[in-house]
Design a protein around this ligand. Structure first.
Ligand SMILES: [Zn+2]
Length: 326
């Protein structure tokens, strides 16, 4: 891959680009990330819990290894582990003073592994302040995301992935902050507690349209749902906007009553009992590609086996893969 080629050129050239999987939950399983479940009640929907990215400075080799595994499985994009890397969230976890160090180390590690074989995306997630404090947090959110976008840009990411936002209003702030970087923006909402509305009441089609209007180059959905439920959302987005659509589902089985895994009682300490098999991702890749999804990856629960399954699904569908993923 030529580094000079950006994510949009890559999508235009090959039709579908394969992303990577979920970092925090995989690294939590491996013993390097704190789920927060021993400290405060998680899964309350109030933005509690830990799951912060200090592993980038405390155990960089663990992070480097997971990047290598995704790359080896066919990922063409590596996300720097900067999820929940805004200063206030890191402060709550006891790492606020290391905000610069964590963000820059995460980008450096992803870049080292990516070399010329993958693009590096800076990950910017919701701050949790809209869930904790409501809309009055907007000004604070803007300051926090502005700072993180600056750190990621200075560290040299190729583009931004704004992901796992429950409130469209917070996402639109993030897109505005992201545009200062002049980098391409992939923006993916997360639907909770229903599939038909995000937390502040916008449908998938409305979210897609508003994100495009705000300047996102690729829009879509990530996390919370398994592939089949995610596809119901991308279908609505595909109809609403002409830009490439992104989908990064979780690998956990949800229910009609509770279609989001972080609201299930199994989160976070019994996730193994709702883990989906990787074959679901192989099928998903073929279906998503045939429905016009052009950026595919996995979110929580997806380790390298799931990315390999996506790559095989795309290969079988003729959707991708100049690299050897058989
Ligand atoms: Zn996730």
């Amino acid at each position: 891959m030529r580094r000079s080629e950006n994510i949009l050129e890559r999508i235009a050239k090959q039709g579908v680009v394969l992303g990577d999987g979920g970092y925090l939950i995989e690294l939590e399983r491996r013993g390097w990330v704190d789920s927060g479940s021993g400290r405060e009640k998680v899964g309350t929907g109030k933005g509690s819990g830990q799951f912060t990215p200090e592993v980038a400075i405390e155990n960089p080799e663990a992070l480097r290894q997971l990047h290598r595994e995704f790359l080896n499985s066919g990922s063409e994009v590596l996300q720097a582990l900067t999820f929940f890397g805004t200063r206030e969230k890191l402060n709550r976890a006891g790492y606020g003073e290391q905000t610069e160090a964590i963000n820059s180390a995460a980008v450096r590690i992803a870049r080292e592994v990516a070399g010329d074989d993958a693009l590096v995306a800076g990950s910017v997630s919701r701050t949790q302040l809209f869930e904790r404090e409501g809309r009055s947090a907007a000004g604070h959110v803007r300051a926090l995301i502005t700072e993180q976008v600056r750190l990621l840009t200075e560290a040299g990411v190729d583009f931004l992935i704004l992901e796992t936002f429950f409130h469209l209003e917070e996402m639109l702030i993030a897109i505005e902050c992201g545009q200062v970087s002049k980098l391409p923006i992939v923006a993916t909402m997360t639907f909770r507690p229903t599939l038909t509305q995000c937390s502040d009441g916008y449908s998938p089609a409305e979210c897609a349209q508003r994100m495009v209007d705000a300047g996102a180059a690729v829009v879509g959905v990530n996390c919370e749902q398994e592939p089949d439920r995610i596809l119901a959302i991308t279908r609505e987005m595909r109809k609403a906007v002409p830009v490439p659509i992104a989908a990064q589902p979780a690998a956990f089985r949800t229910t009609d009553k509770v279609p989001c895994f972080t609201k299930l009682p199994q989160f976070p300490d019994e996730l193994e009992s709702i883990q989906l098999p990787r074959s679901a991702f192989q099928r998903f890749a073929a279906n998503a590609a045939s429905e016009g999804v052009q950026f595919l990856g996995g979110c929580c629960g997806c380790n390298a086996a799931y990315i390999h399954a996506l790559a095989r699904g795309l290969l079988a569908s003729g959707g991708i893969a100049q690299r050897d993923v058989s």
